[in-house]
Design a protein around this ligand. Structure first.
Ligand code: ADP
Ligand code: MG
Length: 586
């Protein structure tokens, strides 16, 4: 970073792309302000060609004229990091949207930006560093209480090398810009540290000791995920699915029940309506742990297609930067991006305007590498104090036309560790969550042994085969044994893969319960039954399904749970005991 501003002059305007002539060199992605009349319009360097610099303006470019002055700040687009981020809703440039709405209505006026962090609010700072301590980037100076979290005040990440603490503030109330520590280099250069600092959003935060291979299963409470296609803490996964397939609902359920500390939502909407929905719905989501609003441990970064393209492009970076910041405190953070297709479209628009050579479907040739470097910012890490933290990233993709054979889905598939493909057919049949059990996969270790999983998978494939066959030859043309296999697969689907997101108990299944229930299902799948005909078989499996679903609605390990399980076992034994077939009296 440069420590001084530089001045250039507008020589051309093409929509939100402005060409500036510069005498001095500037940096890629450096922030600049175009001075247009009374406005200072925020923009970013996106291309440098000799003395000509293309800047992308974050706002409406009306009124910009050739000859206007441009101030290059020498700084990259950065996020404000400090206490007070939780519970907030920001746009891609970290303007707090509720404040924008309060002051200006839905849209922020040109040339305006608001502080992301409240400058007046006081935080009770408790120092932990002492005078004379040697510290470096990411070390703790002390903490404040942010809601239910201990928010550690960190040595800013951009500081290189070691510093000696000269003074540290006493315990007391401080605003984010108040100095709480003075540190100095070996050479005696001294720096004032406050509760907040900045970090450039496109650069990963790496103030940790080491990265770990993601191996701990992140329990989401969603059976088809945890059992079949698990996610790991610090891992990555992608949810592609056509419009209306259930991507957003699935992410909201995950946000609510996953065993993580914080949720960062990057809501990149198609229409303003989708975002209004998020803003209206999200605060209503109850945190099952506290009974209060889930917003207390959430940050939302949102944008709509009516916002300037550069702001849309930057929102996923603002989101990941905030996620990485909290990881540095030893927290497990889940970043959910919905939908990354909108982000890719913003990249496509910018690239088109720069007249770059387009790749597939007019996306820029660097689309895949941008997607990869975004997901690579996920990870489980060991901090310098030995604590661990993680950022898990789950991104939805909404391919036009619903096919997964398109650049954003394919580019994402190459880098993520798990793939939860949503199926239009399952959504139409209201089989939720509509994760396709045949298309999806995961490379992460789950909670169920591979052998038991294999049995379940075999039944699912067999069931699908029989179903396809039945479509051709009809039920009459299908053998009784094949039909029973089909019924077994349907049972597995209805009582295990499908889950009622709106039920307090069925909506979230603990690891222990999944293990127990899945074991029982495997027992059913592996049992052989003799039925006199298909009708009897069908009725038996229908009753079994109903009983099983009742079981799913019983509180784990309650009396009702144990009684229903006993009933299920009796029902099953009755069926197997009758050599000639069975006639369950239901
Ligand atoms: P997408 O984000 O893929 O466009 P949504 O998540 O908005 O789709 O889901 C569309 C609709 O499908 C929802 O409004 C809801 O009616 C239904 N739906 C999605 N997921 C579930 C679920 N798990 N349980 C019940 N209904 C669901
Ligand atoms: Mg959606």
């Amino acid at each position: 970073m440069r420590d001084h501003e530089q001045i250039g002059k507008v020589i051309g305007v093409n929509s939100d792309l402005v060409t500036v002539e510069m005498a001095e060199p500037v940096m890629q992605n450096e922030m600049a302000y175009i001075v247009s009349g009374e406005y200072r319009l925020k923009s970013e360097v996106i291309k440098i060609q000799g003395s000509l610099v293309e800047v992308q303006v974050y706002e409406d470019t009306r009124g910009i004229r050739v000859g206007d002055k441009v101030i290059f700040t020498g700084e990259l687009l950065s996020a404000e990091l400090g206490p007070g981020l939780l519970g907030q809703v920001f746009d891609g440039l970290q303007n707090p949207l509720p404040k924008v709405a309060e002051r200006f209505g839905f849209f922020i006026p040109r040339g305006t930006s608001l502080d992301a962090l409240d400058r007046k609010r006081k935080w009770g700072f408790v120092p932990s560093a002492r005078e004379g301590d040697t510290l470096s980037a990411g070390h703790f100076l002390g903490h404040v209480q942010e809601g239910v979290f201990t928010h550690y005040i960190l040595v800013p990440f951009h500081l290189r090398g070691q510093y000696r603490v000269r003074t540290i503030a006493d315990e007391g109330d401080y605003a984010v810009e108040d100095t709480v520590a003075q540190i100095e280099t070996r050479e005696g250069v001294s720096l004032d540290l406050t509760l907040m600092f900045h970090w450039p959003i496109k650069i990963p935060i790496r103030a940790y000791r080491e990265r770990l291979r993601p191996s701990d299963t992140l329990i989401t409470g969603i059976r088809i995920i945890d059992t079949f296609f698990p996610i790991a803490k610090g891992g990555t996964y992608c949810i592609p699915g056509p419009f209306g397939a259930g991507k957003t609902v699935l992410q909201h359920i995950t946000a609510r029940h996953a065993e993580i500390d914080l949720v960062i939502i990057a809501a990149c909407g198609e229409r303003a309506g989708e975002i209004v929905e998020v803003l209206r719905e999200f605060p209503k989501i109850e945190d099952p742990r506290t009974g209060r609003s889930l917003m207390e441990r959430t940050v939302i970064i949102c944008n709509t297609s009516s916002m300037p393209v550069a702001a849309r492009e930057s929102s996923v970076y603002t989101a990941i930067t905030i996620a990485e910041y909290y990881r540095q405190m030893g927290l497990d953070v889940l970043l959910l991006a919905d939908s990354t297709s909108r982000w890719a479209q913003a990249m496509r628009e910018i690239s088109g305007r720069l007249e770059e050579i387009p790749g597939e479907e007019a996306y820029p040739a660097y689309l895949e590498s941008r997607i990869a470097s975004f997901y690579e910012r996920a990870g489980a890490v060991v901090l310098s104090n030995g604590k661990t933290g993680s950022v898990t990233i789950g991104g939805t993709v909404s391919p036009a036309g619903g096919t997964f054979e398109e650049p954003v889905t394919q580019g994402t598939l190459k880098v993520v560790g798990a793939f939860h493909g949503l199926s239009r057919r399952r959504a139409n049949a209201r089989r939720f969550p509509s994760i396709d059990p045949h298309e999806s996969w995961s490379n992460y270790p789950g909670i169920i042994s591979p052998e038991r999983l294999r049995t379940a998978r075999e039944f699912l494939s067999k069931g699908r085969e029989v179903e396809q066959m039945m479509k051709v030859v009809g039920e009459e043309g299908t053998s009784l044994d094949d039909y029973i296999d089909y019924l077994k697969a349907e049972l597995l689907d209805h009582v295990y893969l499908q889950q009622n997101a709106f039920d307090r108990i069925d909506g979230v299944t603990s690891k222990e319960r999944q293990d127990h229930v899945f074991g029982f299902l495997i027992h059913i799948l592996s049992s052989s039954f003799t039925f006199p005909d298909k009708d009897v078989a069908l009725r038996f499996f229908q009753s079994l399904r109903q009983l099983f679903i009742d079981w799913n609605y019983c509180e784990w390990d309650s009396r009702g749970f144990r009684e229903t399980e006993a009933q299920l076992r009796d029902f099953l034994e009755g069926a197997k005991g009758d050599e000639k077939g069975l006639h369950p009296n239901t």
